[in-house]
Design a binder for this molecule. Structure first.
Ligand SMILES: C[S@@+](CC[C@H](N)C(=O)[O-])C[C@H]1O[C@@H](n2cnc3c(N)ncnc32)[C@H](O)[C@@H]1O
Length: 387
Protein backbone atom coordinates (compact mmCIF):
# COMPACT_ATOMS: atom_id res chain seq x y z
CA UNK A 1 0.00 0.00 0.00
CA UNK A 2 1.27 3.48 -0.85
CA UNK A 3 2.25 5.67 2.12
CA UNK A 4 1.37 9.32 1.70
CA UNK A 5 3.23 11.96 3.65
CA UNK A 6 0.11 14.00 4.33
CA UNK A 7 -3.56 14.11 3.50
CA UNK A 8 -2.77 16.63 0.77
CA UNK A 9 -0.58 13.99 -0.82
CA UNK A 10 -3.36 11.55 -1.43
CA UNK A 11 -4.32 11.33 -5.09
CA UNK A 12 -8.00 11.79 -4.24
CA UNK A 13 -7.14 15.04 -2.48
CA UNK A 14 -5.45 16.16 -5.67
CA UNK A 15 -8.43 15.24 -7.80
CA UNK A 16 -10.61 17.39 -5.58
CA UNK A 17 -8.04 20.13 -5.87
CA UNK A 18 -8.34 19.99 -9.64
CA UNK A 19 -12.08 20.51 -9.49
CA UNK A 20 -12.24 23.05 -6.72
CA UNK A 21 -9.36 25.30 -5.72
CA UNK A 22 -8.27 24.68 -2.15
CA UNK A 23 -7.88 27.65 0.15
CA UNK A 24 -4.32 28.96 0.03
CA UNK A 25 -4.33 29.20 3.80
CA UNK A 26 -4.60 25.43 4.09
CA UNK A 27 -1.30 24.90 2.32
CA UNK A 28 1.71 24.35 4.55
CA UNK A 29 3.50 27.07 2.59
CA UNK A 30 7.00 26.72 4.01
CA UNK A 31 7.10 23.00 3.48
CA UNK A 32 5.98 23.07 -0.14
CA UNK A 33 6.99 26.45 -1.42
CA UNK A 34 9.21 27.21 -4.39
CA UNK A 35 8.68 30.90 -3.69
CA UNK A 36 11.69 32.91 -4.69
CA UNK A 37 13.07 30.31 -7.09
CA UNK A 38 14.31 31.59 -10.44
CA UNK A 39 12.82 29.95 -13.54
CA UNK A 40 14.68 27.13 -15.21
CA UNK A 41 16.09 27.71 -18.67
CA UNK A 42 14.67 25.97 -21.72
CA UNK A 43 15.49 22.28 -22.20
CA UNK A 44 19.11 21.99 -23.40
CA UNK A 45 21.00 19.89 -25.94
CA UNK A 46 19.24 21.55 -28.86
CA UNK A 47 15.77 20.49 -27.69
CA UNK A 48 14.54 24.09 -27.50
CA UNK A 49 16.00 24.85 -30.93
CA UNK A 50 14.14 21.89 -32.40
CA UNK A 51 10.86 22.58 -30.59
CA UNK A 52 10.38 26.32 -30.93
CA UNK A 53 8.53 26.69 -34.22
CA UNK A 54 5.71 28.48 -32.42
CA UNK A 55 8.17 31.08 -31.15
CA UNK A 56 9.89 31.35 -34.54
CA UNK A 57 6.67 32.20 -36.33
CA UNK A 58 5.35 34.33 -33.45
CA UNK A 59 8.36 36.62 -33.51
CA UNK A 60 8.35 37.26 -37.24
CA UNK A 61 5.78 40.13 -37.08
CA UNK A 62 8.28 42.01 -34.87
CA UNK A 63 11.06 41.85 -37.47
CA UNK A 64 9.88 44.93 -39.41
CA UNK A 65 10.05 46.87 -36.12
CA UNK A 66 13.61 45.70 -35.60
CA UNK A 67 14.60 46.66 -39.14
CA UNK A 68 13.03 50.08 -38.69
CA UNK A 69 14.86 50.52 -35.38
CA UNK A 70 18.14 49.57 -37.05
CA UNK A 71 17.47 52.26 -39.68
CA UNK A 72 16.75 54.90 -37.03
CA UNK A 73 19.29 54.28 -34.25
CA UNK A 74 21.96 56.90 -33.77
CA UNK A 75 25.32 55.41 -34.67
CA UNK A 76 28.54 56.50 -33.00
CA UNK A 77 30.94 58.41 -35.20
CA UNK A 78 34.09 56.71 -36.39
CA UNK A 79 34.93 53.06 -36.11
CA UNK A 80 33.52 52.21 -32.70
CA UNK A 81 31.85 48.76 -32.86
CA UNK A 82 28.07 48.80 -32.99
CA UNK A 83 26.66 46.67 -30.21
CA UNK A 84 23.44 44.67 -30.54
CA UNK A 85 22.11 42.89 -27.45
CA UNK A 86 19.80 39.89 -27.64
CA UNK A 87 18.10 39.38 -24.27
CA UNK A 88 16.93 35.82 -23.52
CA UNK A 89 18.50 34.07 -26.52
CA UNK A 90 18.16 30.49 -25.28
CA UNK A 91 19.97 28.17 -27.72
CA UNK A 92 20.10 30.82 -30.39
CA UNK A 93 18.30 29.38 -33.41
CA UNK A 94 15.47 31.89 -33.20
CA UNK A 95 17.96 34.75 -32.84
CA UNK A 96 19.49 34.14 -36.24
CA UNK A 97 16.78 35.74 -38.39
CA UNK A 98 16.44 38.89 -36.25
CA UNK A 99 20.21 39.34 -35.97
CA UNK A 100 20.65 38.81 -39.71
CA UNK A 101 17.92 41.35 -40.45
CA UNK A 102 19.36 43.95 -38.07
CA UNK A 103 22.92 43.52 -39.31
CA UNK A 104 21.82 43.83 -42.94
CA UNK A 105 20.29 47.25 -42.22
CA UNK A 106 23.30 48.39 -40.19
CA UNK A 107 25.67 47.23 -42.95
CA UNK A 108 23.74 49.33 -45.47
CA UNK A 109 24.22 52.34 -43.20
CA UNK A 110 27.72 51.82 -41.82
CA UNK A 111 29.44 49.73 -44.46
CA UNK A 112 30.91 46.25 -44.60
CA UNK A 113 33.98 47.09 -42.52
CA UNK A 114 32.27 48.45 -39.43
CA UNK A 115 32.48 45.99 -36.54
CA UNK A 116 29.11 44.79 -35.26
CA UNK A 117 29.13 42.90 -31.95
CA UNK A 118 26.14 40.78 -31.00
CA UNK A 119 25.81 39.91 -27.33
CA UNK A 120 23.45 37.03 -26.64
CA UNK A 121 22.30 36.88 -23.04
CA UNK A 122 20.42 34.31 -21.01
CA UNK A 123 20.31 32.76 -17.53
CA UNK A 124 23.61 31.28 -16.30
CA UNK A 125 22.20 27.75 -16.56
CA UNK A 126 21.18 28.16 -20.21
CA UNK A 127 22.76 25.71 -22.66
CA UNK A 128 25.28 28.15 -24.12
CA UNK A 129 27.17 25.29 -25.81
CA UNK A 130 24.13 24.74 -28.03
CA UNK A 131 24.05 28.49 -28.75
CA UNK A 132 27.72 28.49 -29.78
CA UNK A 133 27.11 25.54 -32.09
CA UNK A 134 24.33 27.47 -33.81
CA UNK A 135 26.64 30.46 -34.16
CA UNK A 136 29.27 28.23 -35.76
CA UNK A 137 26.72 26.60 -38.06
CA UNK A 138 25.75 27.19 -41.67
CA UNK A 139 22.79 29.46 -40.88
CA UNK A 140 24.81 31.79 -38.68
CA UNK A 141 24.87 35.54 -39.30
CA UNK A 142 28.64 35.26 -38.74
CA UNK A 143 29.03 33.42 -42.04
CA UNK A 144 30.41 35.63 -44.77
CA UNK A 145 30.63 38.64 -42.48
CA UNK A 146 34.16 39.00 -41.09
CA UNK A 147 33.19 42.20 -39.26
CA UNK A 148 30.40 40.56 -37.24
CA UNK A 149 31.31 39.22 -33.80
CA UNK A 150 29.30 37.20 -31.30
CA UNK A 151 29.59 36.83 -27.55
CA UNK A 152 27.40 35.69 -24.70
CA UNK A 153 26.52 36.62 -21.13
CA UNK A 154 25.05 34.19 -18.60
CA UNK A 155 23.29 36.49 -16.16
CA UNK A 156 19.71 37.50 -15.46
CA UNK A 157 18.38 40.35 -17.56
CA UNK A 158 16.88 41.75 -14.37
CA UNK A 159 20.38 43.09 -13.71
CA UNK A 160 22.46 45.50 -15.73
CA UNK A 161 24.44 43.24 -18.05
CA UNK A 162 26.45 45.67 -20.12
CA UNK A 163 28.24 48.98 -19.55
CA UNK A 164 26.14 52.11 -19.41
CA UNK A 165 25.33 53.61 -22.82
CA UNK A 166 27.02 50.77 -24.76
CA UNK A 167 24.10 49.12 -26.61
CA UNK A 168 22.89 50.60 -29.89
CA UNK A 169 20.12 48.12 -30.64
CA UNK A 170 18.36 45.73 -28.27
CA UNK A 171 16.18 42.75 -29.15
CA UNK A 172 14.23 40.34 -27.01
CA UNK A 173 11.70 37.75 -28.10
CA UNK A 174 9.53 35.47 -25.98
CA UNK A 175 11.61 36.18 -22.87
CA UNK A 176 10.34 39.01 -20.66
CA UNK A 177 7.17 37.09 -19.82
CA UNK A 178 9.45 35.10 -17.49
CA UNK A 179 9.44 36.65 -14.03
CA UNK A 180 12.63 37.06 -12.04
CA UNK A 181 11.35 34.58 -9.45
CA UNK A 182 8.35 32.51 -8.45
CA UNK A 183 6.43 35.12 -6.45
CA UNK A 184 4.40 32.55 -4.53
CA UNK A 185 2.39 29.36 -4.77
CA UNK A 186 -0.49 28.86 -7.18
CA UNK A 187 -2.87 26.69 -5.18
CA UNK A 188 -5.06 25.32 -7.94
CA UNK A 189 -3.00 25.34 -11.15
CA UNK A 190 0.54 25.68 -12.43
CA UNK A 191 -0.25 28.91 -14.30
CA UNK A 192 -1.48 31.84 -12.19
CA UNK A 193 -3.53 33.19 -15.11
CA UNK A 194 -5.83 30.16 -14.73
CA UNK A 195 -5.97 30.22 -10.94
CA UNK A 196 -9.28 30.92 -9.21
CA UNK A 197 -7.33 32.34 -6.30
CA UNK A 198 -7.35 36.16 -6.40
CA UNK A 199 -4.43 36.40 -3.97
CA UNK A 200 -2.22 34.25 -6.19
CA UNK A 201 -3.17 36.23 -9.29
CA UNK A 202 -2.49 39.50 -7.48
CA UNK A 203 0.90 38.25 -6.33
CA UNK A 204 1.93 37.40 -9.89
CA UNK A 205 0.59 40.71 -11.20
CA UNK A 206 2.62 42.62 -8.60
CA UNK A 207 5.80 40.74 -9.46
CA UNK A 208 5.13 41.31 -13.16
CA UNK A 209 4.83 45.08 -12.65
CA UNK A 210 7.98 45.19 -10.53
CA UNK A 211 9.98 43.06 -12.99
CA UNK A 212 8.85 45.08 -15.99
CA UNK A 213 10.15 48.27 -14.35
CA UNK A 214 13.38 46.53 -13.39
CA UNK A 215 13.92 45.23 -16.91
CA UNK A 216 13.29 48.67 -18.40
CA UNK A 217 15.57 50.37 -15.86
CA UNK A 218 18.46 48.06 -16.74
CA UNK A 219 17.94 48.46 -20.48
CA UNK A 220 17.58 52.22 -20.06
CA UNK A 221 21.07 52.26 -18.55
CA UNK A 222 22.62 50.05 -21.21
CA UNK A 223 21.19 51.75 -24.28
CA UNK A 224 23.14 54.54 -25.92
CA UNK A 225 21.33 57.84 -26.44
CA UNK A 226 19.28 57.37 -29.60
CA UNK A 227 19.49 53.58 -29.23
CA UNK A 228 16.41 51.40 -29.59
CA UNK A 229 14.96 48.27 -28.05
CA UNK A 230 12.49 46.03 -29.87
CA UNK A 231 10.60 43.36 -27.99
CA UNK A 232 8.15 40.57 -28.54
CA UNK A 233 6.56 39.04 -25.48
CA UNK A 234 3.58 37.06 -24.30
CA UNK A 235 0.63 39.32 -23.58
CA UNK A 236 -3.02 39.39 -22.62
CA UNK A 237 -5.26 40.01 -25.59
CA UNK A 238 -7.55 43.05 -25.63
CA UNK A 239 -10.20 40.99 -23.76
CA UNK A 240 -7.70 40.03 -21.08
CA UNK A 241 -7.21 36.42 -22.23
CA UNK A 242 -3.89 34.68 -21.54
CA UNK A 243 -4.50 31.98 -24.14
CA UNK A 244 -3.10 28.41 -24.38
CA UNK A 245 -6.16 27.22 -22.45
CA UNK A 246 -6.54 23.62 -23.60
CA UNK A 247 -2.76 23.22 -23.52
CA UNK A 248 -2.58 24.28 -19.88
CA UNK A 249 -5.62 22.19 -19.00
CA UNK A 250 -3.89 19.17 -20.52
CA UNK A 251 -0.70 19.97 -18.62
CA UNK A 252 -2.50 20.16 -15.29
CA UNK A 253 -4.53 17.02 -16.02
CA UNK A 254 -1.36 15.06 -16.78
CA UNK A 255 0.11 16.16 -13.46
CA UNK A 256 -3.03 14.95 -11.71
CA UNK A 257 -2.73 11.63 -13.58
CA UNK A 258 0.83 11.28 -12.32
CA UNK A 259 -0.31 11.90 -8.74
CA UNK A 260 -3.06 9.29 -9.13
CA UNK A 261 -0.55 6.82 -10.51
CA UNK A 262 1.78 7.53 -7.58
CA UNK A 263 4.58 8.75 -9.85
CA UNK A 264 4.75 12.19 -8.23
CA UNK A 265 3.57 13.28 -4.81
CA UNK A 266 0.79 15.80 -4.39
CA UNK A 267 3.14 18.09 -2.49
CA UNK A 268 5.51 18.13 -5.42
CA UNK A 269 2.72 19.25 -7.75
CA UNK A 270 1.73 21.92 -5.27
CA UNK A 271 5.25 23.33 -5.51
CA UNK A 272 4.99 23.56 -9.29
CA UNK A 273 4.32 27.02 -10.67
CA UNK A 274 5.31 28.49 -14.00
CA UNK A 275 6.50 32.05 -13.35
CA UNK A 276 5.33 33.51 -16.64
CA UNK A 277 2.80 36.27 -17.19
CA UNK A 278 0.95 37.79 -20.09
CA UNK A 279 0.97 41.56 -19.79
CA UNK A 280 -1.90 43.70 -21.00
CA UNK A 281 -1.45 46.86 -23.02
CA UNK A 282 -2.13 48.82 -19.81
CA UNK A 283 0.52 46.83 -17.93
CA UNK A 284 3.08 47.49 -20.65
CA UNK A 285 2.48 51.24 -20.85
CA UNK A 286 2.06 51.77 -17.09
CA UNK A 287 5.67 52.84 -16.43
CA UNK A 288 5.35 55.43 -19.23
CA UNK A 289 2.33 57.20 -17.74
CA UNK A 290 4.39 60.34 -17.21
CA UNK A 291 6.12 60.07 -20.60
CA UNK A 292 9.58 58.59 -20.33
CA UNK A 293 10.70 55.86 -17.99
CA UNK A 294 14.42 55.22 -17.34
CA UNK A 295 15.14 57.52 -20.26
CA UNK A 296 13.04 55.33 -22.57
CA UNK A 297 9.92 56.20 -24.53
CA UNK A 298 7.48 53.68 -25.96
CA UNK A 299 7.40 54.44 -29.69
CA UNK A 300 5.16 51.65 -30.83
CA UNK A 301 3.10 48.92 -29.19
CA UNK A 302 0.77 46.43 -30.76
CA UNK A 303 -1.07 43.52 -29.19
CA UNK A 304 -1.87 40.78 -31.68
CA UNK A 305 -2.61 37.08 -31.81
CA UNK A 306 -0.14 34.85 -33.59
CA UNK A 307 -1.25 32.10 -35.88
CA UNK A 308 -1.36 28.63 -34.32
CA UNK A 309 0.76 26.91 -36.96
CA UNK A 310 0.05 23.44 -35.63
CA UNK A 311 -3.67 24.13 -35.88
CA UNK A 312 -3.30 25.48 -39.44
CA UNK A 313 -1.47 22.31 -40.45
CA UNK A 314 -4.08 20.17 -38.70
CA UNK A 315 -6.85 22.04 -40.53
CA UNK A 316 -5.15 21.13 -43.81
CA UNK A 317 -4.12 17.52 -43.18
CA UNK A 318 -6.35 16.38 -40.27
CA UNK A 319 -3.32 14.89 -38.51
CA UNK A 320 -4.30 15.26 -34.85
CA UNK A 321 -1.22 13.40 -33.65
CA UNK A 322 1.12 15.84 -35.37
CA UNK A 323 -0.88 18.78 -33.96
CA UNK A 324 -0.66 17.35 -30.45
CA UNK A 325 3.00 16.38 -30.77
CA UNK A 326 3.91 19.94 -31.83
CA UNK A 327 2.26 21.54 -28.81
CA UNK A 328 3.50 18.88 -26.40
CA UNK A 329 7.08 19.42 -27.61
CA UNK A 330 6.65 23.20 -27.24
CA UNK A 331 5.60 22.67 -23.61
CA UNK A 332 8.35 20.19 -22.89
CA UNK A 333 11.11 22.44 -24.19
CA UNK A 334 9.87 25.63 -22.56
CA UNK A 335 8.12 25.01 -19.23
CA UNK A 336 8.54 21.36 -18.25
CA UNK A 337 12.11 22.01 -16.96
CA UNK A 338 10.64 24.51 -14.47
CA UNK A 339 7.99 21.98 -13.37
CA UNK A 340 10.60 19.21 -13.04
CA UNK A 341 12.74 21.41 -10.79
CA UNK A 342 9.97 21.18 -8.16
CA UNK A 343 10.37 17.40 -7.80
CA UNK A 344 11.77 16.39 -4.42
CA UNK A 345 15.27 15.92 -5.81
CA UNK A 346 15.19 19.03 -8.00
CA UNK A 347 17.28 18.72 -11.16
CA UNK A 348 18.92 15.58 -9.88
CA UNK A 349 15.71 13.77 -9.02
CA UNK A 350 16.01 10.24 -10.45
CA UNK A 351 12.50 10.65 -11.94
CA UNK A 352 13.32 13.89 -13.77
CA UNK A 353 13.89 12.30 -17.20
CA UNK A 354 10.84 10.04 -16.93
CA UNK A 355 8.77 12.95 -15.63
CA UNK A 356 9.69 14.96 -18.73
CA UNK A 357 8.84 12.07 -21.06
CA UNK A 358 5.54 11.42 -19.30
CA UNK A 359 4.56 15.07 -19.42
CA UNK A 360 5.20 15.21 -23.14
CA UNK A 361 3.50 11.93 -24.02
CA UNK A 362 0.58 12.52 -21.64
CA UNK A 363 -0.05 15.97 -23.06
CA UNK A 364 0.25 14.66 -26.62
CA UNK A 365 -2.42 11.97 -25.94
CA UNK A 366 -4.81 14.42 -24.36
CA UNK A 367 -4.37 17.09 -27.04
CA UNK A 368 -4.73 14.56 -29.87
CA UNK A 369 -8.01 13.33 -28.39
CA UNK A 370 -9.59 16.79 -28.59
CA UNK A 371 -7.61 19.17 -30.81
CA UNK A 372 -8.40 22.83 -30.30
CA UNK A 373 -6.64 25.92 -31.63
CA UNK A 374 -4.51 27.81 -29.12
CA UNK A 375 -4.94 31.51 -28.64
CA UNK A 376 -1.45 33.06 -28.72
CA UNK A 377 -1.64 36.69 -27.55
CA UNK A 378 1.60 38.61 -28.08
CA UNK A 379 2.86 42.17 -27.78
CA UNK A 380 5.43 43.70 -30.09
CA UNK A 381 6.92 47.04 -29.20
CA UNK A 382 9.71 49.48 -29.94
CA UNK A 383 11.32 51.76 -27.37
CA UNK A 384 13.77 54.57 -27.91
CA UNK A 385 16.37 55.99 -25.53
CA UNK A 386 16.36 59.77 -25.34
CA UNK A 387 19.20 61.32 -27.25
C1 LIG B 1 11.09 30.97 -24.71
S1 LIG B 1 12.80 31.31 -24.65
C2 LIG B 1 13.00 32.46 -25.98
C3 LIG B 1 14.22 32.19 -26.79
C4 LIG B 1 14.32 33.00 -28.05
N1 LIG B 1 14.53 34.39 -27.77
C5 LIG B 1 13.11 32.81 -28.93
O1 LIG B 1 12.49 33.80 -29.33
O2 LIG B 1 12.78 31.66 -29.25
C6 LIG B 1 12.93 32.38 -23.24
C7 LIG B 1 14.34 32.56 -22.81
O3 LIG B 1 14.40 33.60 -21.82
C8 LIG B 1 15.33 33.19 -20.86
N2 LIG B 1 15.13 33.90 -19.61
C9 LIG B 1 14.11 33.79 -18.75
N3 LIG B 1 14.31 34.59 -17.69
C10 LIG B 1 15.49 35.20 -17.89
C11 LIG B 1 16.24 36.14 -17.15
N4 LIG B 1 15.82 36.59 -15.98
N5 LIG B 1 17.41 36.56 -17.66
C12 LIG B 1 17.85 36.11 -18.85
N6 LIG B 1 17.18 35.22 -19.60
C13 LIG B 1 16.01 34.76 -19.12
C14 LIG B 1 15.11 31.70 -20.72
O4 LIG B 1 16.18 31.06 -20.08
C15 LIG B 1 14.92 31.31 -22.16
O5 LIG B 1 16.10 30.93 -22.76
Amino acid sequence: MTAYRSALDRPDAQVDRAKKPRKVTSKPADAVSTTGAAPEPMEGHGVYNRSSRVQASGLSPALPLLERAARLVLLAEGTEPIMIADYGASEGKNSLAPMRAAIAVLRARAGAERAVSVVHTDLPSNDFAALFEVLAGPESYLRNDPAAFAMAIGRSFYEQLLPAASVTLGWSSWAVQWLSRVPGPVPDHVQAAYSQDPAARALYARQAAEDWQRFLTCRGRELRPGGRLVMLTMALDEEGAFGYQSLLEAMYAVLMDMVREGFVRGEEVQRMAIPTVGRSRADLVAPFAAGRFAGLAMEELEIFCAEDRFWSEFSRDGNARAFAAGWAAFSRASVVPTLAAALDGGHDDPRAAAFTERMESGMASRLAAAPQPQLIPLAKMALVKES
